[in-house]
Design a protein around this ligand. Sequence first.
Ligand code: SF4
Ligand code: SF4
Length: 309
Amino acid sequence: MLRKKLEKQISYLLSRAGRFSYYSRIRALGFYKERRIRLSAAEKWKLIFGSRSEVIFPFIDIDITTYCNLRCKRCAKCIPYFEHRKHYTAEEIEQNLDLLTRYTDRICFANIIGGEPLLNPDLKRIIAVCAANKKIEHLELTTNATIMPDDDVLKAIKDGAVTVHISEYENLGPRYEERLKALVEKLEKFEIPYEYQFHKIWLDFGEIEKRWYTEKELDRMLIRCPMNSCTVYNNKVLYRCGKASYLAQHGMVTSEDDLIRMEDISSKEEMRKAVKRFFSIKHLPACQYCEAHPKGIPAAEQLEKDNDL
Ligand code: SF4
Ligand code: SF4
C-alpha cells in the first residue's frame, strides 16, 4: 500500500518536472545564481517541479520595441529582419501585462527588452507600469549599452528597483567602449544596480530557412538549446524563444501548441492547463528554422557597418 503510494507520488513529481523538460533543471538553478537571486530550497522545488495550485513563470522577456540601433548577425530575437517595427506604449504594455498576470501567481523574473529598450520614447512610463505589477518579483532591463538614457529614465529605473543588465559587446570597438563606460558611470551616479552579460562567442543557428528535421531530431534540439529558457511575451502572446516569436509574428510557423494567447484564457484552470501544455511540448516547430549543431561566431558581429558606432 505504502509502496504504491510512493510510486504514485514519484510518478506525479516526474510529470510535474516534465513541465520544464525544455531546459536542464540544473541549468535553471545556475541561471538564477548568475543573477544573484537567492531562492530557498522550497522555492527551488516549486520552480523545478511546479506547483499544484500556483501558476509560476521562472523567467519572461517583456518585448517593448522591435527597433534596435545595431544589426547583429544571428540576433536571438531576429531583430534585423523585422518587417514592421514598433515601439509599444505604456498603455499597451499595461494591458498586455494585465492579461498575462490575471491568472498568474508569480513571475520570478521579468526582463524589459527589445530590440534596444532605451530607444523606446515611452520607456519612463513603461518602467513604472512594470514596477507597479505586484506579480513581478524581480525586474531587469537589458541594453546593448550604446544609448545614454535621460535622467528622467534613470530615475524611473532607480525608483522601479530595476537591475540594468548590460550585454557587453567588446567586438564593436573603441567608440562602443566609450559609450559603455559613460553609461556605467551614469548608473553608478544614480546608484542603479547593474551587471554584465559578457559572451565573446555566440551560437550561430544559421539563416532563417526551413530544414527538414525528424521529430526525434527536433526533440533533441529543444532539450539542448541554451535559448530554450528565453520565454518571450510580445503583444499578448507568450512564445518559447525569440526565434519562435519572430517566426510566428511573420506567419512562418503557425502551430498553436507552442504559444499561449493570453486573450483566449478566461480562468485560472485554463491558464494552468495552457502553461502545462506550453512547458511540456517535446519539440518546437520553430526549431525547423535553426541549425541542429550551431557553431560559434564572434558576439555582435554586425551585418553591415552602417550603425553609428
Ligand atoms: S543589440 Fe544586437 S542582439 Fe541585441 S537586439 Fe539589437 S540586433 Fe539583436
Ligand atoms: S527555435 Fe529551437 S533551436 Fe532555435 S533558438 Fe528556439 S529553442 Fe533554440
